[in-house]
Design a protein around this ligand. Structure first.
Ligand SMILES: [Ca+2]
Length: 662
C-alpha cells in the first residue's frame, strides 16, 4: 500500500504559485511537484474558510452536512438574520480518513494546524492520529517565530494564537514554524517502522496571518519588487470589484501580488515541500508515496482593520471568505508515481471532499460510500480520464463573514456558477468558461439556467440537511446599555462571587478571561484567606483577546478590591480603553462616568498596571507601564480588603493573575 502525504497550505490562493501563474512569488519545489504529477486548474476547497475544508477533507462529507459552515468558533456576526448554528468541533462520531487508515495498518501522523475543536477531547489523537505534533484548536500561531508566542499569553485568545503544542522544547531563536513543522514530519518519516505504511497529514500554518517571514527572504522580495517597479501593498490596494458583492462588501484589496513578506512566507513553505520530497527521495519512498498538495481556502486578498493586504487571486474574483472563485479555487497537485502522468494537467472540477475516497481507492481499500457521502474518487482523473467526476459542486455559507461576505450559497454545474444571496433573495449567474473572473452576471439573460441551478442548490441543501440563517428575536433590544437591575451574584470556579460575567480560566499562567454580559458591568472576586491592611502593591495586566472583533474588542479592565461582595462597596482601579481611553478609579457600581479619570497613554496595549494602595493614608496610585500615574483619594475610607478580583464593562477582557506585595 502506498504511503500517503497530504500537504494542506493555509490561506494559499489559487494564483500564489509560479505554476499557477504568479510572476512575483517563487515556488520551484511545488512547480517541480506539478511537473512530476498532475496539476488541476479547477480544484476547489470545500469552503471559503479553514475549519470546514479541513473537516470535509478528513471525512469525505460536505461542511454543510457536518454543520461546520464557518471557521471554528465563528465570528457569530448577524445582519438582517442571525447566522446559522455550527458545530464547534468535528464530532467524534465522524469517521476520519486517519481512523480508516489506522485500522488498515497505517501509522498515522498529524503535524501542523488542526483547528477542528477546542480542548483535549477533540484533538487529532481522538480522530485517528497516532501522533499529533502542533495541532490544537488554534487557527493561527501568535507568532511564526520560535517560541511561536507560546511565551506570551497576552497575544492570544482561546482559539486564535493559542500556544502551538509540543514545539517549545528543542526550538531556538529565529526558527520559523514552517521549518520546524516540516522538520518534525521528516523526523517521523526517518524514524518510522518500515513494516508499516504511513499517513502523514501535514497542514502547515503557513501562509495564514500573522504575515511574518525570514528577514533575508523579505529583503529578496523587496529587491525584486523594486526591480519590477511594483508599488508597496499599501500603495497598490484599491477597490476593484464589489458592486454586486453582497454583505459589507469587498474592502481595500490587492489587484496584483506585491507583498514581499507574504512572498517570503510562500517561499519558505515551498522550500519545506522541497525538503520533504528530498527526504522521501533519499529514503527511496517517493516512488511509493501518494502526495496531495492543496489549500483550505482562497488567498487573503484584503485585510480587516486597515492592515496591509496580503495577496491577489486575480484573475479570480475576491478571496478568503467569499464564494466567488477567489475564495474557493485552489492550487491542487497530485503526485502518484505509476498513476499520474508527469506534467499532466486536468481541467475537471474537483474538491477537497474528494480526498478521503480518493486515498482509499489509491490504497486499494474498500470505498466507504456510506461515510463519504459527498466526496468522489478522482482516481479516474489521475489516470487520465477526461470525464467529469461531479455533476455539480456546492458551497454553503449561512454567515456574515469576517472578510465582508454576506450569507450565501453557491453551485457550480459544468461551466455555470450560481451564487444565491440570502439577505435579499437574489442570485448571480456566471459562465466560468468565458468569464472566470465572474465579472458579468447573466442571471437575467439566462432565466432557465438560473432557475435550474437555483432549484438544484435548494434540493442539495435539503439532502445535506443544511443549517440555515435564523430569524432575529422580535423583542426590542434594550434601549440603554447600562446595568438597569442589581447584578445577580453567583459563584464560578476559582471565584467566590461573580456577577454578570462568565469567567474562562486560561490554560496556563495567563490568568482569566472575563466575558461581561452585553451592555453590563460585571465582576469576579476571590475571598481572601485573611483580610489585607496597610500598604499594598498589586501588579496585573489586562488586554483584549486577539481576534475578538467589534463591538467586543474593547477592553474595560479593572482590578477590583472590596470589603465584601456588595457592588456598592467595590473599588475598581484600571482603565477604559476603546472609546474612552481613561485611567480611572471608581467607587461603587462600575459606570463610565467618573470624576477620577485622566486620559491614558495612547496605544499602550496590553496594559500593565501597578496599583499602590495605602489604606491608612486613604490613597490609591494607579501606574501605567509607561509611567503615567493617576492618584486618587477614596471618598469612603476602608480599613481592610476582604475580596480581590477583576471587573469588566461590556467587553471581553483578559487578566493576568494579580500579584500583591505588602
Ligand atoms: Ca485558512
Amino acid at each position: 500500500m502506498p504511503n500517503i502525504v497530504i500537504i494542506l497550505a493555509d490561506d494559499l490562493g489559487w494564483a500564489d504559485l509560479s505554476c499557477y501563474g504568479s510572476t512575483f512569488h517563487e515556488t520551484p519545489h511545488l512547480d517541480e511537484l506539478a511537473r512530476e504529477g498532475m496539476r488541476f486548474t479547477q480544484g476547489y476547497a470545500a469552503h471559503s474558510y479553514c475549519s470546514p475544508t479541513r473537516a470535509a477533507l478528513l471525512t469525505g462529507r460536505d461542511p454543510a452536512r457536518l454543520k461546520i459552515t464557518d471557521y471554528i468558533p465563528s465570528n457569530n456576526k448577524s445582519g438582517k438574520y442571525l447566522p446559522a448554528r455550527i458545530n464547534k468541533e468535528l464530532p467524534l462520531a465522524e469517521v476520519t480518513l486517519a481512523e480508516i487508515l489506522r485500522d488498515a495498518g497505517y501509522a498515522t501522523w498529524h503535524v501542523g494546524k488542526w483547528h477542528l475543536g477546542h480542548g483535549e477531547k477533540f484533538l487529532p489523537e481522538k480522530q485517528g492520529f497516532d501522533i499529533n505534533i502542533a495541532g490544537n484548536q488554534s487557527g493561527a500561531p501568535a507568532s511564526f517565530f520560535w517560541p511561536y508566542g507560546n511565551d506570551d499569553p497576552r497575544r492570544r485568545n482561546a482559539y486564535h494564537g493559542a500556544p502551538v503544542p509540543g514545539l517549545v522544547e528543542g526550538g531556538k531563536k529565529g526558527e520559523h514554524l514552517c521549518d520546524r513543522i516540516a522538520g518534525e514530519a521528516i523526523g517521523l518519516i526517518e524514524k518510522h517502522d518500515k513494516s508499516k505504511p504511513f499517513f502523514l497529514y501535514l497542514p502547515f500554518y503557513d501562509v495564514h496571518t500573522p504575515i511574518q517571514a525570514k528577514p533575508e527572504l523579505i529583503q529578496k522580495y523587496k529587491d525584486k519588487a523594486e526591480k519590477l517597479g511594483l508599488p508597496t501593498p499599501d500603495e497598490a490596494k484599491h477597490f476593484r470589484e464589489g458592486k454586486t458583492a453582497q454583505g459589507s462588501g469587498l474592502r481595500d484589496h490587492l489587484v496584483f501580488q506585491c507583498n514581499p513578506t507574504y512572498a517570503a512566507m510562500v517561499e519558505t513553505m515551498d522550500d519545506n515541500v522541497g525538503r520533504l520530497m528530498a527526504a522521501l527521495n533519499k529514503l527511496k519512498l517517493a516512488k511509493n508515496t501518494l502526495v496531495i498538495f492543496t489549500s483550505d481556502n482562497g488567498g487573503l486578498n484584503q485585510h480587516n482593520f486597515g492592515r496591509t493586504p496580503v495577496t491577489s487571486n486575480a484573475p479570480l474574483r475576491a478571496g478568503k471568505g467569499w464564494l466567488y472563485e477567489g475564495g474557493v479555487r485552489e492550487p491542487w497537485i497530485v503526485r502518484l508515481p505509476g498513476v499520474t502522468k508527469p506534467g499532466s494537467i486536468c481541467d475537471q472540477p474537483i474538491i477537497a471532499t474528494d480526498v478521503s475516497p480518493t486515498v482509499l481507492a489509491a490504497c486499494n481499500l474498500p470505498a466507504k460510500p456510506d461515510l463519504h457521502l459527498d466526496g468522489k474518487n478522482i482516481l479516474p482523473l489521475l489516470k487520465g480520464s477526461p470525464k467529469p467526476i461531479h455533476k455539480s459542486i456546492q458551497w454553503h455559507f449561512p454567515h456574515y463573514g469576517n472578510t465582508g461576505s454576506g450569507p450565501c450559497s453557491s453551485i457550480r454545474m459544468g461551466d455555470w456558477k450560481l451564487i444565491e444571496w440570502y439577505e435579499n433573495d437574489s442570485v448571480e449567474l456566471f459562465n466560468l468558461a468565458t468569464d472566470m473572473g465572474e465579472t458579468t452576471d447573466l442571471a437575467a439573460k439566462y432565466p432557465n439556467k438560473t432557475e435550474e441551478l437555483k432549484k438544484r442548490l435548494s434540493v442539495w441543501r435539503e439532502q445535506v440537511d443544511a443549517n440555515m440563517l435564523r430569524p432575529k428575536p422580535t423583542s426590542p433590544a434594550p434601549a440603554h446599555p447600562r446595568p438597569d437591575s442589581p447584578p445577580t451574584i453567583k459563584q464560578q470556579e476559582d471565584f467566590s462571587a461573580t456577577a454578570n460575567v462568565h469567567v474562562e480560566k486560561l490554560d496556563n499562567d495567563a490568568g482569566y478571561r472575563i466575558h461581561a454580559a452585553e451592555g453590563k458591568a460585571g465582576f469576579a472576586l476571590k475571598k481572601l484567606a485573611r483580610p489585607l491592611q496597610g500598604k499594598l502593591t498589586f501588579k496585573f495586566h489586562c488586554s483584549t483577546p486577539a481576534g475578538h472583533e467589534f463591538p467586543k474588542r474593547w477592553v474595560n479592565g479593572f482590578l477590583t478590591i472590596s470589603e465584601g461582595t456588595d457592588p456598592s462597596g467595590h473599588i475598581h482601579i484600571g482603565a477604559f480603553f476603546g472609546g474612552q481611553k481613561k485611567l480611572t478609579v471608581v467607587e461603587g457600581p462600575l459606570t463610565p462616568n467618573t470624576p477620577h479619570s485622566q486620559p491614558m497613554t495612547k496605544n499602550v496595549t496590553p496594559l500593565a498596571f501597578t496599583v499602590h494602595l495605602d489604606l491608612a493614608a486613604n490613597e490609591i496610585i494607579l501606574e501605567e507601564i509607561s509611567g503615567a500615574r493617576l492618584k486618587a483619594n477614596l471618598k469612603r475610607p476602608i480599613t481592610q480588603i476582604t475580596h480581590i478580583g477583576y471587573s469588566a464593562l461590556d467587553a471581553v477582557t483578559e487578566f493576568s493573575h494579580w500579584k500583591a506585595a505588602e
